[in-house]
Structure formats: C-alpha cells, structure tokens
Design a protein around this ligand. Structure first.
Ligand SMILES: [Fe+2]
Ligand SMILES: [Fe+2]
Length: 312
C-alpha cells in the first residue's frame, strides 16, 4: 500500500462533493468592503457552479455569492445561537472533519513504520475514536434533518496532515485543529443545553472527552519527538502558529479548561488567544458581513429584474 497520499486520493463515494481547500481567497482579500464586493461579483458565476446540486444552491440563491459570511460561524450570528441552517452546515463540516481525522491518524500510523510502538498504539486508538465520531455526527446530522453530502467537503484537515515530518502532523492536526475542535465542541454543548437539546449536548460531550485525549497525544509526542532538537521544536511551533492563524476566523472563545487538561500551557493559551483576536491578514468579520450584505442586495435586485448600478 502506498505511503504519503495527497488529499486528492481520499476515497469518497458519489454522495460527496469537494470544494477548494482552505481560506486562501479569504486571506488574499483586503479589509475593504468595496474591494470585496468587486471580487465576489467577479467570481460569482464560479461560486454558483461550485454549489450546484448541493443544498448550498438554495442558500446561494437566497443570500448571494458571499452567503458563507452570512451563514457560517463568521456571520452575524457567530456570537450567539446558531440558526437551523448554520447548525446543519456546521455539523456537516464537523462530520467530514472527523472522517479526515480518521484518515489522517490511519495514514500517520502507516506512513512511519520506524516510529515507537506506543506512538502507533496512540494513533490506532485515535482511529478507533474518530470512527465512532464519524458515526456520532452522522446521527446528529440526521437529528437536525441533514445528511451526508448535503454540503461540499473541504479537505483542510487532511491537508494539514500531509507532511513527511510526523511532528508537524501531530502539532498541526492534534494540537492545533483538534484543539480548535475542543473550542467548537464546548460551544455546541452550551448551545445544546440552552436549547434543551439533551441529545446534542450529551453526544458532543462524549466526543469532546476523546478529543482531549487526541490533543494530549499531540502535546506528548511533539515534546518527545523534539527533545534535544531545538530546531525541530521551533519548526513545529511555527507550523502550529501558522495553522492556528489560517483557521481562526473572527474572535472565538477558547475552551481554556479543556485545553489545559490536554497539555497546553498558560503561555501557549495566551498566544492562541492573541492569534484568535488578530485578523491575521484576512479582513475583519464586520467588513466581510457588510460586503456580503451589499452582495446579497445586488443579487436579489438582479433576480427581481431590476437594474443594478455598475461598481465604481
Ligand atoms: Fe474526532
Ligand atoms: Fe480527534
């Protein structure tokens, strides 16, 4: 069996639809409402084609080409409760993330036969957990009236694991992305409790308990692999920071208690909080939402057959 496969070789059945990875577009946008409107009007036809045949098609038609900023956790409702649509999109995103976490841990186990037995056992344990999480989130999607393949899949989690140094894999995936997942899961549990959705709160709580273990695998093994190798340790830290920066979008709340339990130090948490509050090259949330609202209004006016003024 082949080692080190790229994300394009992940096996998926016909229910799945792929989108372009990462927020490269987001990172390249200036913090300027008019400029963002211009860019999105230009790429609107491409965006429309990308969502064709998925549930996002209806979302696009209702909200226009920048719908992602009006629905995702980066939208207006990012701070408080999720709308029904936001919940469906988020659960689907987590579901494909769990699937890729399973694939990434399995690959890491297979790609490095020379690594210690205990490391491989940890990765095997993680595969077992992630397989269970895939099933949990499949059932949660059903619980909120959604299903596998309803939204396009973004493969950023698996891509973060495409490194030939295992220490980058465990810092990027286990410490950074699964640490991020802890924050998201904590907020989902809180919403489940507020909405009297005991099933959601309980199911995600079980998953969160496992994720803490996975983050701890990352903390333990990155320390072990970089012992007596300050250069490798610095590379790992830099990769973690880079990953943290490209995936934190808008001020999110850090699940401090859980992260401390998983082996993060107070200093590291402070740094993550700092990164989460910076805009890291991407436009601010308010700018994106304001641009998305203009784009929506122009899109709806066109749909009604009204004349829309060209952009200056
Ligand atoms: Fe998981
Ligand atoms: Fe995990």
């Amino acid at each position: 069996m082949k080692r080190f496969i790229p994300h394009t070789e992940l096996a998926r059945d016909s229910r799945f639809k792929r989108v372009n990875p990462r927020n490269q577009l987001l990172q390249s946008l200036p913090d300027d409402v008019d400029e963002i409107v211009k860019v999105f009007e230009l790429i609107a036809p491409k965006m429309r084609r990308r969502v064709e045949g998925t549930e996002l098609e209806a979302v696009y038609d209702e909200l226009g080409p920048a719908f992602q900023f009006l629905t995702a956790s980066g939208g207006r409702q990012g701070e408080g409760d999720r709308s029904e649509l936001q919940m469906k999109i988020q659960l689907h995103g987590i579901y494909v993330g769990e699937l890729q976490a399973l694939e990434a841990a399995g690959r890491t186990l297979w790609d490095f036969p020379e690594l210690p037995w205990e490391f491989k056992m940890n990765m095997a344990r993680q595969c077992w957990d992630e397989a269970r999480h895939v099933q949990v989130f499949e059932k949660l999607m059903d619980h909120v009236g959604s299903e596998v393949g309803a939204y396009p899949e973004n493969t950023f989690l698996f891509e973060t694991s495409c490194h030939d140094d295992p220490v980058l894999r465990v810092t990027g995936v286990n410490r950074c992305l699964e640490g991020l997942a802890c924050d998201v899961f904590r907020s989902l549990i809180d919403q489940g409790k507020r909405a009297d959705d005991e099933l959601l709160a309980q199911a995600v709580d079980f998953v969160l308990a496992d994720e803490l273990t996975h983050v701890r695998f990352g903390s333990d093994w990155s320390r072990e692999f970089t012992r007596d190798d300050p250069e490798r340790a610095a590379r790992a830290r830099e990769y973690q920071r880079e990953t943290e920066r490209s995936f934190s979008f808008g001020g999110r709340k850090i699940a401090r208690e859980e992260r401390l339990e998983a082996g993060f130090t107070e200093d590291e948490l402070e740094e993550i909080e700092q990164l989460a509050s910076e805009r890291g090259g991407a436009p601010r949330r308010e700018t994106l939402v304001a641009a998305a609202e203009i784009l929506r209004d122009r899109h709806l006016a066109r749909k009604r057959g009204e004349a829309v003024a060209p952009l200056a």
